[in-house]
Design a protein around this ligand. Structure first.
Ligand code: NAD
Ligand code: UDP
Length: 322
């Protein structure tokens, strides 16, 4: 029987991925060091039965020989802080998990004959000078700034994938994931949708950084998880980099106004300084994912925000704020 490893299983994407795999009837091993992840995410997935959780760090070399990972057939390497708030607070951990941690997962894949999906990011394109971004664009990344620990570590993670594919023929696929959201993000995650929805429900002002004219293209988590699942199962995607994201682009100000409208809050907008190196635009070209995987996102921002607001409201009314 196939056995799937999900690193970062207590995180936002990891816990959604575990839930999807269990629903498909698969046997899943989750790994997490609970740095940015939540034990509550694991509880909601349901421990026991087909899901085994191991609390450990993927940068620990001993991970490759853990008995629980024997016979693993598929690896989703999702472990890494993803919110600027957290990766900037823990830059060295962020570098390590995406470089040493990625090498460990690739080595495990090589020894076990497993397939691996690496969660890279749209940040590989940096503050892009080409718009929208397809996979051939090489990016505009600053090595000397607060985002470099994440952007450059992800780029080096991709290099490890390249080398393991070309030297050792490990069937590795690289997903460049664009901003994904939904319930399951911590209230204090710091990323924009989590901030706006938490603020709207609490009746606080929504914090728009800069003038809000910068853009992002938001993908609802169910769509992202479907893209990653298809990527794993597609043989023709071995050794490929594929954008996984929603190609509909919005300004951040529009997102703030939409959250205010859909939540019915009396909150106002409070403008705050734009962080250094904040990308001005971001939108994926998804022609490759469409052709290779037959995948395109189905959930609009408005529908995704409705679902997210309602889930956050339920959680916050239940007294939980993390
Ligand atoms: P998250 O912070 O919610 O989850 C990451 C998980 O990894 C956490 O549970 C954390 O505790 C765990 N982790 C971190 N370092 C670890 C280590 N050394 N060993 C074991 N576990 C470790 O972030 P997320 O949004 O779920 O992102 C998951 C992955 O997808 C990340 O690699 C991220 O870079 C990538 N990604 C996410 C997005 C997005 O919009 N969510 C966009 C682009 C890329
Ligand atoms: N942002 C904002 N208010 C917030 C959090 C973020 O205006 O409370 C902006 C941020 O400056 C960026 C965009 O929203 O332009 C997306 O930020 P996020 O941290 O979610 O992800 P990023 O795409 O920058 O990694």
């Amino acid at each position: 029987m196939s056995k799937t490893l999900v690193t970062g299983a207590a995180g936002f994407l990891g816990s959604h991925m575990v839930r999807r795999l269990l629903a498909e009837g698969r046997q899943v091993v989750g790994i997490d060091n609970l740095s940015t992840g939540k034990a509550d995410n694991l509880r909601s997935v349901g421990l026991g039965g087909s899901f085994v959780f191991i609390g450990c760090d993927v940068t620990d070399p001993g991970i490759i020989t853990l008995p629980e990972l024997e016979g693993v057939t598929n690896i989703y390497h999702l472990a890494s802080p993803a919110s600027p708030k957290f990766y900037q607070a823990f830059p060295f951990d962020t570098i390590e998990v995406n470089t040493t941690g990625t090498k460990h997962m690739l080595e495990l894949a090589r020894r076990s004959g497993a397939e691996l999906v690496y969660s890279s990011t749209s940040e590989a394109y940096g503050d892009p000078l080409v718009h929208p971004q397809d996979e051939k664009y090489r990016g505009n990344v600053n090595t000397w700034g607060p985002r470099a620990c994440y952007d450059e570590a992800k780029r080096l993670g991709e290099v490890y994938c390249y080398e393991y594919f070309h030297r050792y023929h490990v069937p590795v696929k690289v997903a460049r994931i664009f901003n994904t959201y939904s319930a399951g993000l911590r209230n204090d995650d710091g990323r924009v949708i989590s901030n706006f929805v938490t603020q709207a429900i609490a009746g606080d002002d929504l914090t728009v950084y800069g003038d809000g004219s910068q853009t992002r293209s938001f993908c609802y988590v169910d769509d992202t998880i479907s893209g990653l699942r298809l990527l794993m199962d597609k043989e023709a995607a071995n050794g490929q980099i594929v954008n996984i994201g929603n190609p509909v682009e919005h300004t951040i100000l529009h997102v703030a106004e939409t959250v205010i409208r859909l939540s019915g809050t009396s909150s106002a907008i409070r403008y705050m300084p734009l962080p250094e190196d904040d990308p001005k635009v971001r939108r994926p070209v998804i022609a490759k994912a469409e052709a290779l995987l037959g995948w395109r996102p189905e959930i609009s921002l408005e529908e995704g925000l409705r679902r997210t607001i309602s889930a956050y409201r339920e959680r916050m009314q239940g007294g939980m704020r993390s």
